[in-house]
Design a protein around this ligand. Sequence first.
Ligand SMILES: [Zn+2]
Length: 566
Amino acid sequence: MDYDLLIRGGKIIDGSGLPGYLGDVGVKDGKVVELGRLNGSAGRTIDAAGLVVAPGFVDHHTHLDAQILWCPYGTSEPENGVTSVVMGNCGLALAPVEDGVEDAIVKSFVRVEAMPREALIEGVRWGWHSYGEYLDVLEGKVGINVGGLVGHIAVRQTVMGEDSVEREATPAEIERMQALVREAMEGGALGLSTNRNSRHYREDGKPVASRLATLDELFQLSDVLADLNSGVVETIVNLSDRENIAWYDQLARRTDRPVIWQSVLHRYASPDFWKIQLEAIEPTFRDGYRAFGLANTVPIYNRFNLNNAQVFDEWPTWKNLMFLPELVRKQAFADPETRGKLKAELAQPGYSTFHRRWDLIPVVEVAKPENERYLGKTIAELGQMRGQDPVDAMIDLSLDEDLKTTFLSANGGDPEAMGEIMRSPYVLIGVSDAGAHVQFNASFGYSTTLLGLHVRERGAMTLEQAIYKLTFQVASVYGLHDRGLLRPGYAADVVVFNPETVNAREWEWVQDYPANTKRLTQRADGIEYTIVNGTVIYEDGRLSGDLPGKVLRGSAYAGQRQPVLA
Ligand SMILES: [Zn+2]
């Protein structure tokens, strides 16, 4: 038998950005062995006529650290063509961990990533200490390839205990943290992640541990990566303004490692801000250093009603009112004087995170049948239909419906701007956040959204460019040197999809988390086959049950050092 698997007659788009070409892909022993017009015998042949054959996508921004322990495919990753994931982003990882520190780590995951506590308690069977030991637990038990970053929160919590959420570290503590980061990198971590987002708290209201770190502490931990010549430094802050971009630049220059920062988004509240960000990072790249911004293929969505909303927290009268008991709040909404104040606050000029673009916020749920005519109408249209000021219309309709009327605000999403951001060479695409915020949203389909919405429908870039962005670009930055391309010698991680139909589906509720908890997930149309290390794990809309995934270890791995290809 020449090949274990032969994928015949598809359009090969190999991840390099080069134009696609018609041909066959021959796979043997988990690797791509030959491409072109192939005539050998094969254990299995897949007819890919009319389909695109590409490297499997690398979802580098996930929080699957816990889910992967009970869900070996990280569903719905393979349904969206993903064959490799990186976990441990935003400072959050399940290792290193000292006995007794487990609950503090759970507290951070529960709040920052909005994971159900019961699911974590039941689903995470601790028993490891170092990062390498955590990765060892996954060996042989995963259906997709998994790698991870060591999280600053776990490192700090392990070294400093509860002091980690109270104060700066001493030089001796930083030294211990450096030792843990080194141990994690030598255990196979793909880098270090940190969290400096001032909105990120633990479940008990304390800031997550890494927020107490000085920049100097972060820089000293990153020095370990520089010293090992391995890994990325991944970061999250609230807003990547010039001040933050200055230290990304400093860190990239100091370590020569790729720095990843969040995020470059189009925001309606400051529509040109992304240009300022990309301009600010230009000199870093020009001088030969790397600090990639992260971009998503979908806007940040917020569902709200006047019973449960955080979007108005920026305005004092609104914020106070939203914390009042429901009955009192309704009276306040109805009171003309208070109403005047509420409207005046929303009319104030200046920057606000919530953009107040009433023409962009539709009604997505109504409580009364007679109000169904408002469904899908924006708050601005609501005002016109009712002959009212838009804010009055929003409040009055809500009062009429016991505050149950639900609205959907999307922060950003101008197609032109999104296209330009995603095309930037300084931007990595993909914030699936898979495994996180599981009861608020699901973005597993960032990849299929790129291919369907942005490439096919909007023409934002070529298919070749998009696939490069989903594969080779990411694999290169993360040091996954034998993945992300379809070339002889590379791992046979392959996705076969229909370019005419590929797209993400709507979110759906599933009840597959431990402790019977529910979560949102997102599947896709048009993904025909997902292949991991030469084994078909997804076809006909079903997962096979095979577990061919590998643990992806970084180049500093001191265990059985693997030969690095390419
Ligand atoms: Zn994240």
